[in-house]
Design a protein. Structure first.
Length: 119
C-alpha cells in the first residue's frame, strides 16, 4: 500500500490504481484516492480476471504475476517488488521506500520503460 501511495503522489502521473493486499485487508485505513483494493486471500478470481483483461499499464508484483502478464499482455510494464523473482537477481541492499528507495525505484521504472520502447 505504501508503494501505491508513493507511486500516485511522487513517482508517476498515474490514473487509477488497483492493488492487492496479499496478507488480507489492512488494519490501517486505505486512502480512497488510491483506487480499487482487493484482498489477495479472498479475491483471487477478480485479480486473475483483471490481469487477463489488462492491456496497458504498470504492474508492481512478484515474479509469478510478471511471468503471467508477459505472456498475455506484452504491452504492460512490469516491475518486480516481491518474492518470488524468477527472471532477475537482486544483489543490492537498496530499498524501495524512503529517499534512496525512490531513486532506486525511479531508476528501475525508467529502465523498464526504455526496454519497452526498444521492443
Amino acid at each position: 500500500m505504501g508503494l501505491a501511495q508513493v507511486l500516485a503522489a511522487e513517482w508517476a502521473a498515474s490514473g487509477s490504481i488497483t492493488f492487492v493486499l496479499q496478507d488480507g485487508m489492512s488494519s490501517y485505513p486505505v486512502p480512497q484516492s488510491l483506487g480499487t483494493v482487493w484482498n489477495g486471500q479472498t479475491d483471487g478470481r477478480a485479480v486473475e480476471q483483471y490481469l487477463d483483461e489488462m492491456t496497458a499499464g504498470l504492474l508492481l508484483s512478484s515474479g509469478n504475476e510478471k511471468a503471467i502478464l508477459q505472456q498475455r499482455a506484452p504491452t504492460v510494464l512490469s516491475q518486480t517488488i516481491a518474492m518470488p523473482v524468477y527472471d532477475e537477481v537482486i544483489l543490492t541492499d537498496l530499498p524501495f521506500m524512503g529517499l534512496r528507495g525512490a531513486c532506486h525505484m525511479t531508476e528501475r521504472l525508467w529502465n523498464q520503460y526504455m526496454g519497452f520502447c526498444r521492443r
